[in-house]
Design a protein around this ligand. Structure first.
Ligand SMILES: *Cc1c(COP(=O)(O)O)cnc(C)c1O
Length: 237
């Protein structure tokens, strides 16, 4: 068994244990393997071990991998920050976008999504920690943005996403994740057909699952420590 296959097994076991501990069905928690900074070969290895959904943070690096691995029929999620001048390739290469925090970005994605593709699945990113430095819409502005995004024709609003500030205190993390779950419940009660809470990463997937996460985004625990934080540009032929 390869290292990636063994680590995937270990992550699946963590997810299953956390789900059972919370009285939930492990099958209701989807694992998104975050392959940012890792080469297409690493994705291929994870795919051979049964992993289908992958997350990318950088536009050019992500699009390159989507194209290189098209024959595998994988599901691709864009989870990084997105500038408005880079929406077009993301709108057409990816199946999901998790970090919507401005209407302008959502409008561009909707306008640019190829009519031959199904609607783009999206999540709104909410700043649950209240730090100025973090991206995401403030919790009290999430409702207005959600209703506006849900009305766009080529997008399908699936739910909410967050990245809480790191904390060693499980109670703090659970409180942050509970904010997202509470908003999700409120928006559903207001009539939006949401079904997704994208929360939890390598170090905090257990408290996220305890609070209802149904997509966890895991990179380091599957692929290892990232050697760099920004991608090396792909040389063009
Ligand atoms: C990098 C990243 C992850 C994965 O983080 P790990 O700590 O490596 O599991 C998840 N979500 C987002 C938005 C990321 O940028």
């Amino acid at each position: 068994m390869t290292t990636i296959a063994a680590r995937l097994d270990a992550v699946r076991a963590r997810i299953a244990a956390a789900a059972r501990h919370a009285g939930r069905d492990p099958a209701d928690v989807k694992l998104l393997a975050v392959s940012k900074t890792w080469p297409a070969e690493a994705v291929r290895e994870a795919a051979a071990a049964g992993q289908r959904a992958f997350g990318e943070n950088y536009v050019q690096e992500g699009v390159d991998k989507v194209e290189a691995l098209r024959a595998l029929g994988l599901e691709w999620h864009f989870i990084g920050p997105l500038q408005s001048n880079k929406t077009r390739p993301v709108a057409n290469a990816f199946d999901w976008v998790h970090g919507i925090d401005r209407l302008k970005i959502a409008e561009r994605l909707s306008a640019q999504r190829d009519v031959h593709l199904p609607p783009l699945d999206v999540c709104i990113q909410v700043n649950v920690s209240g730090e100025d430095s973090k991206s995401g819409v403030a919790p009290d502005e999430a409702g207005a943005l959600a209703h506006a995004v849900a009305a766009l024709p080529r997008l399908r609003l699936r739910g909410l996403m967050c990245i809480p500030e790191p904390s060693a205190d499980e109670a703090v993390l659970r409180a942050r994740f509970a904010v997202l779950r509470g908003l999700h419940d409120e928006l559903r009660a207001a009539g939006l057909a949401l079904d997704t809470l994208s929360m939890g990463m390598s170090h905090d997937l257990e408290p996220a699952i305890a609070e209802g996460a149904n997509i966890v985004r895991v990179g380091t625990a599957i692929f290892g420590e990232r050697a760099r934080t920004a991608p090396t540009p792909t040389p063009t032929a």
